[in-house]
Ligand binder design. Structure first.
Ligand SMILES: CC(C)(COP(=O)(O)OP(=O)(O)OC[C@H]1O[C@@H](n2cnc3c(N)ncnc32)[C@H](O)[C@@H]1OP(=O)(O)O)[C@@H](O)C(=O)NCCC(=O)NCCS
Length: 389
């Protein structure tokens, strides 16, 4: 690769160039979308979260990252959500994308994010840089009439709007903490407010639950539904299902473990839309300390991590898990340590069984007993996201 290529922060006068690369990568944006894109781009830029690669003065590649939090076993962990990774076509296949992504990893680590996640359009480049599958985004489809029949009529449900953003975040947070959820993102309240203000979205609030849905062609689509009780779940799903005279089908972004699967009379349609997202640890001790673990699990394990792109993760570590919390401390090397690279570490963090990681060549050393203890500590309900970014 040409040594003259520089990693840069995107500046206002480079936005046109970035838009040109984007158009050649993702398609040309419609007029209204351009305005929104520019508005968003400035927020990323101001916070040092829009970066690129320049050849001389010309920007030839760019990427940005969202400052999210992500639930891991019922606790919130800061995560850099990488998006809009683009390289100009004439520069592709020469290591520019990798140079860009190494810069993104460094920048996100410098800004204190212990985790990074992304939806890959191609896995190859991200795997080379230590990302591995962390979970999925699932969209199930139900007959609207089945949802309408769920009842819950005794529950009061009222229309909700942007003024309910804080209550929305509270309800969702309580549900994820209680269920020890892994995967969903926490969006900044500003984004939640404008989402609830969008007239294309219909939101309904009960004392202990909320649903947000919209039209998707001639179907209805649930973007998010949380309920603190069975009765509220029935009431909110039935509110959406009340559209069954017009919409045959209700699509829903939900966890594969969502209670609605156990409430509806007929199972969801066999076809499920499933998009995988990838995860990477940028600061292993902080990422371990921030997440939750299965409350009954106890682990004492030696790990050897080898992470060429984030050298601070590399070395010999001792992992202790007790009472639902974990700690990773630097230690002396041990011959029976479990050996992981960044992809194995990401897989372990996301609850992928050790047997799967071993079968994929992503873990070695350790012992069968240790595998069982680690699986118990890290594995819970299926990690999922509701949003694409
Ligand atoms: C994907 C993209 C960012 C990669 O940039 P790039 O500069 O070509 O990447 P690199 O040259 O650093 O390649 C890194 C590795 O990824 C591989 N790779 C890159 N693009 C690939 C593709 N489309 N399919 C399969 N592998 C690909 C390369 O072969 C290389 O692997 P190797 O070293 O084993 O050969 C670029 O092709 C692009 O802008 N595509 C269009 C937009 C897009 O899909 N963005 C990704 C959104 S998540």
């Amino acid at each position: 690769m040409d040594d003259a290529l520089r990693f840069v922060d995107i500046t206002e006068d480079q936005l046109d160039a970035v838009m040109r690369v984007r158009a050649r990568s993702f398609g040309v944006m419609a007029g209204g979308d351009r305005e929104q894109w520019l508005k968003d781009a400035r927020v990323f830029m101001q916070d040092g979260r829009y970066v690129g690669v320049a050849d001389g003065d010309e920007v030839i590649a760019a990427a940005r990252f969202w400052a999210f939090e992500q639930w891991w076993s019922g606790r919130r962990v800061p995560v850099a959500g990488v998006a809009g990774v683009v390289v100009s076509p004439e520069y592709r296949g020469r290591g520019v994308g990798s140079k860009l992504m190494r810069g993104v990893l460094q920048r996100a680590a410098d800004k204190g994010f212990p985790l990074t996640a992304l939806y890959p359009a191609t896995t190859v480049i991200y795997r080379h840089l230590g990302y591995e599958f962390g979970g999925g985004r699932y969209r199930f489809s139900f007959p609207a009439a089945d949802l309408r029949a769920l009842g819950g009529k005794e529950i009061a449900v009222r229309r909700a709007g942007p003024e309910d953003a804080e209550r929305f975040l509270e309800l969702v947070g309580e549900a994820h903490a209680r269920r020890r959820t892994s995967g969903p993102l926490v969006w900044p309240i500003k984004e939640v407010t404008s989402w609830l203000a969008d007239e294309d979205n219909f939101a309904y609030l009960a004392d202990d639950g909320i649903v947000v849905y919209n039209w998707s062609g001639s179907d209805l689509c649930v973007e998010e539904l949380v309920a603190g009780s069975e009765a509220t779940a029935r009431a909110l799903w039935a509110t959406v299902g009340s559209g069954s005279s017009i919409a045959d089908t209700v699509r829903a972004y939900i966890s594969p473990d969502d209670a609605v699967h156990l409430l509806v009379e007929h199972e969801a349609h066999k076809e499920v839309q499933h998009q995988r997202w990838m995860l990477r640890l940028l600061d292993a001790p902080t990422a371990i300390a921030a997440r939750g673990f299965a409350p009954g699990a106890g682990v004492e394990a030696d790990l050897r991590l080898d992470d060429p792109d984030v050298p601070a993760n590399s070395g010999d570590w001792h992992l202790s898990v007790a009472d639902g919390s974990g700690e990773l401390t630097s230690t002396q090397g041990s011959d029976d340590a479990l050996v992981l690279g960044p992809r194995g570490l990401a897989g372990l963090y996301a609850g992928t069984p050790l047997a799967t990681l071993r079968a994929a060549g992503l873990a070695s050393g350790g012992s069968v007993e240790l595998d069982a203890a680690l699986d118990t500590a890290f594995t819970g309900a299926t990690p999922y996201m509701l949003d694409y970014f």
